[in-house]
Design a protein around this ligand. Structure first.
Ligand SMILES: Nc1ncnc2c1ncn2[C@@H]1O[C@H](COP(=O)(O)OP(=O)(O)O)[C@@H](O)[C@H]1O
Ligand SMILES: [Mg+2]
Length: 270
């Protein structure tokens, strides 16, 4: 990658110590979540390694979004603790980028204005912001749409703006909550390829919530299956499919089908 990009998290680290790479970036220790009388999440103990791509699947209402909110620091556990990079999460975590199905584009700002927003909050210098915006929009195939307004864009393009915004911000962790749920199958497949490319380039950590098993297997190193509410991990499957992955070819791998079957049964039996 060009040395023009001054965001260190967009660069591939050249001296990643192997033991650092194995270190847990996120750790849930016996975490529960209650909302009044509603017991949303059961005792959950789960670690995510630095640079890992973890997918979380589970029935609706089992606490998947709740789990992400705790990493983001917008929600505190009712009991247990969440650690991020060795520290207990005690407030909003500026190291994470959050991408959901909804688009949070500000309608009165252009595409580049939207992508710039989190960097403005963080006080990134103008020249560096411009450089990062340019890089991120190129990554998601939106070069040429810098001055367009959200209302001029399709759903898929808006979703790519959201990804560019997060990429430009350069978080260590991407929290993705069913981000492609509203996209058609072809676009979703293209976004999978793009996401794996971004994951590889940034070496960031991804926690990706989905109810699409194929999507989880295509992308992840590990898939966590949550039980029904109050949800807690009932099965964790290592996805030993080769990397880098071709998001279409990988589905023809016999092991892929075996993973679908295994996860499907875990989801089904409760
Ligand atoms: N802020 C909240 N107040 C009250 N109930 C909530 C709140 N957030 C989530 N819940 C409830 O907790 C349960 C788990 O929610 P959530 O984590 O969003 O589930 P999932 O993302 O797996 O569908 C659901 O029953 C949901 O309605
Ligand atoms: Mg949810």
């Amino acid at each position: 990658m060009s040395s023009m990009v001054s965001n260190p998290r967009l660069e591939v680290p050249t001296t990643a110590a192997p033991d650092m790479a194995r270190e847990n970036l996120i750790h849930f220790d016996a975490v529960t979540a209650k909302f009044g009388q509603l017991h949303a999440m059961g005792p959950t103990t789960l670690s995510v390694r630095r640079g890992e791509f973890v997918a979380i699947v589970g029935p609706s209402g089992c606490g998947k979004s709740t789990l992400l909110n705790m990493v983001a620091g917008t929600l505190r556990p009712s009991s247990g603790s969440v650690h991020y990079d060795g520290q207990q999460v005690a407030g909003p975590n500026s190291d994470v980028g959050y991408i959901t199905q909804k688009n949070y584009c500000v309608p009165w700002r252009t595409v580049e204005g939207n992508v710039r927003m989190p960097m403005e909050f963080r006080g990134v210098a103008r020249a560096e912001m411009d450089e990062r915006v340019k890089y991120a929009l190129a990554q998601v195939g939106l070069t040429g749409f810098e001055r367009a307004y959200p209302k001029q864009l399709s759903g898929g393009m808006l979703q790519r703006v959201m990804i560019a915004r997060t990429l430009a911000y350069g978080p260590s962790v991407y929290l993705m909550d069913e981000p492609f749920g509203s996209l058609d199958a072809q676009l979703r497949t293209r976004m999978h390829a793009k996401l794996l490319e971004i994951w590889q380039k940034t070496q960031a950590t991804f926690v990706f919530v989905t109810h699409d098993l194929q999507e989880a297997i295509t992308l992840a190193d590990r898939v966590v299956v949550m039980s029904r509410r109050p949800g807690c991990p009932k099965l964790v499957v290592d996805i030993n499919l080769p990397r880098p992955r071709d998001v279409v070819d990988i589905q023809a791998d016999p092991a892929f089908g075996a993973y679908v079957k295994q996860l499907w049964h875990a989801l089904d039996v409760d």
